[in-house]
Design a protein around this ligand. Structure first.
Ligand SMILES: Cc1ncc(COP(=O)(O)O)c(C=O)c1O
Length: 443
């Protein structure tokens, strides 16, 4: 039936087609947040909900942080927008410098995007164009990993390895291959931190290289810690091995740090924590505390400089977004990085992570729990799926936790937790106390 636009219904939820959401279920029993402060959201019905997920892994400094709010307000009144192509404004340069200073040493240049998905597609394009720029134009293949999540652009879903994110969308990019995933529950279940088993899975890259020929491969992209697929930590030695093999064959290594960037595991980036340096890092989310959309690709001098040739009036990289380095996003990014620094939030995350680890592993005796994984302020709790109804048990946990004032996130039958880095021990107790009750209640 045609919509009667002359008679709008108050609070009509029908027009908004919600992303990655069970729309029909949601619209029958909506869950609405109307405000947020530090560790809590407030719901439309006036409840305070503890944020166990930093929004979507993005509000690392917690909510409603004064410096960030003020920076956005001020910037909106001062310079709302400046063209991103052939023009600049100071804050984008300042933010790029701050990011460079915060990033591990090899990363000297920053390309701004508006999301993690765009950062990924940008990094993949830079990888292929870089190979061409250095006379390796046959290197066009991209290698991802099963269960990988790299956002939702065609590049990202092509190198990604989450079946439902791929199978509805046609043939995707060609020339893509995948490493095996590293989830080995039979050997690694209930590991604290990095699992012992699985480094040898990186050697599969040698097989893929032999199959296609190294001269056809531009880059390998992995999440150092896979989040959206259900929180998978890299086995000890795995990332080191990937680095060794990629270097040996002239293949670029990209770390997708959209969730691991900005203190999530107690260091600025996971590359710092694992002491493995890729050639590019993608980031987003915590870059602006999730407040204004922004992403970035960090690239080494070597990659950047390969493009800086030819006549100086010519554009060197035919890529960019209307909102790359947007003034308000840049202001939010600057204030966010300042907040992290002033409050020592990365160090704080490192300090509290052992309390977090003990708390999450205390759930190992709860019903349905078949694995628990953790690192920094990240935890994954894997549940036995209900036979024939995958994802249902974890989704019931999500709904039950929300009813009991705790926000968790689930993916498949895995509960994924990633709180703001300002979390206190009392919040951790509440979070896992509530989860214990949730797990007892759900079927
Ligand atoms: C590792 C990784 N890459 C990329 C993305 C996509 O980011 P966005 O949703 O900002 O496009 C995500 C989002 O969760 C992510 O976890």
């Amino acid at each position: 039936m045609a919509l009667d636009r002359s008679n709008p219904v108050p609070n009509d939820l029908s027009a908004f087609w919600m992303p990655f959401t069970a729309n029909r279920q949601f619209k029958k029993t909506p869950r609405m947040f109307v405000s947020a402060d530090r560790m809590h959201y407030k719901t439309a019905d006036g409840r305070e909900v503890l944020d166990g997920t930093a929004g979507l892994w993005c509000c690392n400094a917690g909510h409603n942080r004064p410096k960030i709010v003020e920076a956005i307000q001020k910037q909106a009144a001062e310079l709302d927008y400046a063209p991103a192509f052939q023009m600049g404004h100071p804050k984008a340069f300042e933010l790029a410098n701050r990011l460079r200073d915060m990033a591990p040493e090899p990363f000297e240049h920053v390309f701004f995007t508006n999301s993690g998905s765009e950062a990924v597609d940008t990094a993949l394009k830079i990888a292929i164009a870089y190979q061409r720029a250095i006379g390796q134009g046959t290197r066009t293949r991209l290698i991802g990993r099963e269960r990988g999540y790299h956002g939702v652009g065609f590049g990202g879903i092509s190198v990604g390895g989450i079946v439902n994110n791929r199978k509805f969308f046609g043939t995707l990019l060609n020339g893509v291959d995948h490493l095996p995933h590293t989830h080995l529950p039979a050997k690694n279940a209930f590991t604290r931190g990095q699992p012992e088993h699985g480094a040898e899975l990186a050697d599969e890259l040698e097989r893929i290289v032999a199959l296609h020929g190294p001269e056809t491969i531009a880059a390998v992209i992995v999440e150092p810690i896979a989040g959206s697929t259900g929180v998978l930590m890299p086995p000890k030695g795995y990332l080191e091995r990937l680095r060794e093999i990629t270097r040996k064959h002239g293949i670029l290594l990209i770390f997708d740090e959209v969730i691991t960037g900005f203190g999530r595991i107690g260091t600025p980036f996971a590359a710092d924590f694992f002491d493995v340096m890729p050639d590019m890092i993608t980031c987003a989310k915590g870059l602006t505390n999730g407040v204004i959309p922004m992403g970035a690709v960090l690239a080494t001098k070597e990659i950047h400089d390969a493009f800086m040739q030819g006549p100086e009036h010519m554009i060197e990289l035919f890529h960019g977004y209307t909102y790359s380095g947007n003034p308000i996003a840049s202001a939010a990014g600057l204030a966010t990085l300042e907040t992290y620094k002033e409050e020592g939030l990365f160090e704080r995350a490192a300090e509290i992570s052992s309390y977090w680890e003990d708390a999450v592993h205390s759930l190992s005796d709860c019903p349905h729990v078949i694995d628990i994984r953790n690192m920094g302020l990240i935890a994954g709790i894997e549940l036995e799926p209900i036979a024939g109804e995958p994802t249902k048990r974890a989704f019931s946990c999500f709904l039950d936790a929300y009813e009991h004032d705790v926000l968790i996130r689930t993916t498949g039958d895995i509960i994924a937790l990633s709180p703001p880095l300002i979390i206190e021990k009392a919040h951790i107790d509440t979070l896992f106390g509530t989860l214990r009750d949730v797990l007892k209640r759900v079927n």
